[in-house]
Ligand binder design. Sequence first.
Ligand SMILES: C[S@@+](CC[C@H](N)C(=O)[O-])C[C@H]1O[C@@H](n2cnc3c(N)ncnc32)[C@H](O)[C@@H]1O
Length: 464
Amino acid sequence: MELNENSGRNKGQKPQTNKRPQGRVYENKPGLEARLAASRLLAAVIDRKTSLDGMMDGDHGNPAYTALSDADRGLVRAILNTSLRFLPRIEAMLSLLLDTPLPDGARALHHSLIIAAAQMLYLDVPDHSAVDLAVEQANRDPRNRRFAKVVNAVLRRIGREKQALLDETADVVCMPGWFFDRLVSVYGADEARRIADAQMTPAAIDLTTKSDAAQWAERLNGVVLPTGSVRLASFAGGVAALNGFEEGIWWVQDAAAALPVQMFGDIAGKRAVDLCAAPGGKTAQLLCAGAKVTAVEQSANRLKRLDGNLQRLGFEAELVQTDLMEFKPDDLFDVVLLDAPCSSTGTTRRHPDVLYTKGPQDITKLAGVQEKLLRHAMTLVAPGGSIVFSNCSLDPLEGEDVVVKVLADHPDFQRVPVQAEQWPGLEAAITPLGEFRTTPAMLQVADGFSSGLDGFYACHLRKI
Ligand SMILES: C[S@@+](CC[C@H](N)C(=O)[O-])C[C@H]1O[C@@H](n2cnc3c(N)ncnc32)[C@H](O)[C@@H]1O
């Protein structure tokens, strides 16, 4: 017969027991939940190539993340971005400090060490609390309990020898080898190193304003870039709390992402289509320039987001949810924008997971998709009209090479070169063919503001 622990006690009274709890009983230490969630997400990125964007979606993300408070979510984002930004350097330090490598089965321990090291080295978390949580994490996992002392010793040494370890690993390139080798072959060793170094600094927040960039730069403690965007000085908190957000005066858009639409020149009153539109930064620019815009997007969720963004800004566009390959309108467009899906390797300052979730095979595959999309997009351009093809990859396989292939059998289109004087300070981004290619190592900005911009490619073609 089973013993009913509640038998014989008054309702509402706590059950009394003399039994000691079996095994260990843990109180949750402050910060532990965030640390456990961060470890789980880091494992998903590194070991299973799962991208952070989806996992950190506030509504549909990984349950370990969505269960956290807003403050803990912020902490997890900071931990993961920093751990991934410096991953090869932290791993190099750990191999200097571990007498024997951790066994293959101890991946969770590896992730926990990376996170603790990132917190101690780059996030100003007090050493004792980072060490304490990592030891606690090891103790909680029956497979890793035996390594708790090693975790303690390694992390305490990081605490004691921080500067020496940073100096000793200063030459380690903070990118996976396949990607750095590719950058070297495309840009040369020196520029590749500059790009690798630039992606270790988190990107600034850039805004596109409807008008009066100078006035808004002053009000928001920013600076107007030569490209017209407003760059904010670093600040704490979310952009939604900033002046002008509620009123829909500006939207967040990296300075490089704002360039493709500028390539069209004057488009007031023209019929325009934005073919890969969400979340809508470029749709907003087309509308702001006075075009009548159709925004095409295949993802229903992302189109909803675009709709919300346009509503905040007080803009109206025709929204079409479809795969653009199925988009066959009755009339052609004067202005066609194809900001195509890509490997996003130009955005690693904001999304350092990209380099660990993508590989060379993705770049080749995406280049094929882009060629197919571009060929279809070109069928939508009216005679005398324009198309801009852009994306945020650093790899010419996804940019220059696609355009060369497509133009080879399209004599009815020709490039419209960007004028070098259009963006002072970014002359190096204009290629000999008049296309543009930015890298995070470009664009020096005034003291007090972060330099750099996303890696982007764009080409402007006119239909003869
Ligand atoms: C690089 S993002 C576009 C960013 C956007 N232009 C902006 O500036 O805010 C690419 C978008 O294309 C959408 N997309 C990808 N393939 C598509 C297709 N075949 N048809 C329509 N949209 C597509 C994706 O869902 C994604 O929202």
